[in-house]
Design a protein around this ligand. Structure first.
Ligand code: F6R
Length: 593
């Protein structure tokens, strides 16, 4: 995990590399480093964030270079383990994202051949392998070295005497950015968007070579053509636009995201879509995802079962990869914001291997998920910088609602009502945002506790899971999401005045049961904050405090509820002084299993 960047052109490389690295930090960063090529390779790295490195780094002169932000996998965050890594001679430098599975064996072999290692990383075997095979041509040496490697990688290598950068990828994201008398390599688009919006997505097995005025991609020695994409995200969009944190800005973008994501999908009177994965012979559906995207999958399950009347399983991709399932006549959907989550990609490949049609729902154009899938629905959340997913989750929900409604055979009047409600959701979400100061008050209260339960039933059970995940990752409070009816089967033992409960009360067939659950909880002394629809008087008698939400059809209640819980998590984390956008130990894009 982490991010990589490479630059070659007419300008000094160091400031450009450092600037791009700052934009890659959202991918996770506990250390970083750069190497600049001139007559020799000058390198500077440390176990610090990029901005700190930028303050203390000496001036490294040269117009070609590579930079890396690391999130430790092999070996602790330290100067020695930070990238770039060098070969024995110091003439070859490499940065790497991914994991080399056979690094131990390679290290032993190379050590026996006289190579000397100075870090605990798996990456360090790569410059040594390149050194072993180097015979005056870096590209050929990289290709030979990678033949020995088993694992995932996006790498960039440079060497003294060859004014070029060589890059290669397998199961890790990598793009080339085309500039004017300058070219770039990066893990993703936002890193280089300040410099160019013309990008090429590399495929697994590709080797790319860039100089300041040329770019070539090959596979097994044969040149290949890859399409150039013009990126329409503005630089400003990838910045905070005046908000204190990306997370808050991104939550506030949700009305816009709903509009954008639905634009073009929902025509005047009906949703319009034609997806093979939803057609012909499908008797059940499997939805795979991780983390927050898994919660969207769970909500998708409820919506599909209600509006399509087919059995739906929502599974963690990371679990699905390790047990056998019956997949006959099953349609499959993979949900992944980044489109690069290793577990989700692995699950998709497994599905493809057994002949399943796979639909990807992703936010990143050209991402690995979209390339593996038979069909892709792109959500239009725009670049999401905060590690905690908010607007991308909202866009996933919209994609699922739209997809299901497109294929639903429910009564035409009910469908028309739902479409009308769907169109009104941006305003409803805006109403939740307008209630922000009240949620801030509740956040001050929640921030005093170390354990919080979130409970819900039915379609709002996944919202409880998501509320808890958001709170724990941003505020470091131990939070648990629970199906309200399950509380009495164990968690009741934990209840008391120091365990507040956030209860999601929806106006659907779960309503009465929820009220009973809240009474049981109150009887055990736990304070209750309820999320309830405006006009719900009964809840006023029961809960200690209430976050009032606009009225929506129960099927859309997750949309308004989740926004309130995102704000609750955000303000609680802010109250506790947490590094909201970059929580400890987490990465935006989890590209290892
Ligand atoms: C939590 C969060 C993660 C991701 C998960 C999957 O806020 O963002 O739980 O949802 O890592 O990521 P994607 O959707 O990129 O596959």
């Amino acid at each position: 995990m982490g991010g990589i960047v490479g630059y070659i052109g007419d300008k000094q490389a160091q400031p450009i590399l450092l600037d791009c690295l700052v934009k890659l930090e959202y991918r996770g960063s506990d250390s970083c480093g750069i190497a600049v090529l001139d007559n020799s390779i000058d390198l500077y790295k440390d176990a610090v964030r990029v901005r700190e490195l930028a303050k203390v780094a000496p001036q490294l002169s040269g117009t070609a270079g590579i930079g890396h932000t690391r999130l430790a996998t092999h070996g602790e965050p330290s100067k020695a383990n930070a990238h770039p890594h060098l070969d024995c001679s110091g003439n070859i430098a490499v940065i790497h994202n991914g994991v080399i599975n056979n690094s131990q064996r390679l290290k032993q072999q190379l050590t026996a051949e006289g190579h000397h290692f100075v870090s605990e990383t798996d990456t360090e075997v790569i410059p040594h392998l390149i050194e072993k095979y180097y015979d005056g041509n870096l590209e050929e040496a990289v290709e030979a070295a990678l033949r020995d490697v088993d694992g995932s990688y996006a790498i960039i290598a440079l060497t003294v005497g060859e004014p070029k950068l060589v890059t290669a990828k397998k199961d890790s994201p990598l793009i080339i950015g085309i500039g004017d008398r300058e070219n770039f390599i990066a893990s993703d688009v936002p890193a280089i968007l300040d410099y160019t919006n013309r990008v090429i997505y590399l495929e697994d097995g590709d080797i790319g070579v860039i100089t300041k005025d040329s770019m070539r991609i090959s596979r097994g020695g044969t040149e290949v053509n890859r399409k150039q994409h013009l990126i329409s995200w503005s630089v400003e969009e990838a910045q905070k636009a005046g908000y204190e944190h990306f997370m808050l800005k991104e939550i506030h973008e949700e009305p816009r995201v709903i509009r954008d994501t639905l634009v073009g999908w929902v025509s005047e009177d009906k949703p319009a879509v034609d997806l093979a994965v939803m057609r012909g012979g499908i008797e059940s559906m499997l939805i795979l995802a991780c983390g927050t995207s898994y919660h969207a999958a769970l909500i998708g399950k409820y919506v599909m079962e209600e509006l399509l009347s087919i059995p739906v399983r929502a599974e963690f991709a990371s679990e699905f990869n390790y047990y056998g399932q019956t997949l006959a006549r099953t349609g499959a959907i993979a949900i992944t914001q980044s489109g690069e989550t290793a577990d989700t990609l692995k699950a998709m490949k497994k599905l493809k291997d057994v002949g399943c049609q796979v639909l990807a729902i992703t936010n990143v154009v050209g991402s690995a998920a979209s390339r593996i899938a038979d069909q892709t629905i792109y959500t239009r959340a725009g670049s999401e910088a905060s590690v905690a997913a908010t607007k991308s989750f909202m866009a996933q929900l919209m994609a699922l609602y739209w997809l299901v409604m497109s294929y639903s055979k429910i009564d035409a009047r009910r469908l028309a009502d739902l479409i009308m409600e769907l169109r009104q959701l941006p305003e409803k979400v805006q109403q939740v945002l307008d209630n922000e100061t009240k949620i801030l008050e509740y956040a001050k209260y929640v921030s005093r506790y170390e354990c919080v339960f979130f409970i819900g039933r039915g379609i709002n059970f996944p919202v409880a899971l998501e509320g808890a995940l958001k709170l724990k990752e941003t505020s470091y409070i131990h939070a648990e999401g629970y199906a309200a009816g399950e509380m009495k089967h164990g968690p009741f033992a934990l209840l008391g005045s120091d365990t507040p409960i956030v209860a999601i009360v929806a106006q659907d067939n779960t309503y009465e049961a929820m009220l009973t659950n809240i009474k049981e909880i109150k009887a055990r002394g736990a304070p209750v904050i309820a999320l309830a629809e405006e006009g719900d008087e009964a809840i006023g008698e029961l809960a200690d405090s209430i976050i009032t939400l606009p009225r929506v059809d129960a099927i859309f209640s997750p949309v308004v509820n989740v926004v309130a819980l995102q704000l609750l998590a955000y303000y609680t984390a802010r109250q506790r002084g947490c590094p909201i956008d970059f929580p400890r130990n987490l990465a935006k894009s989890v590209t290892v299993e």
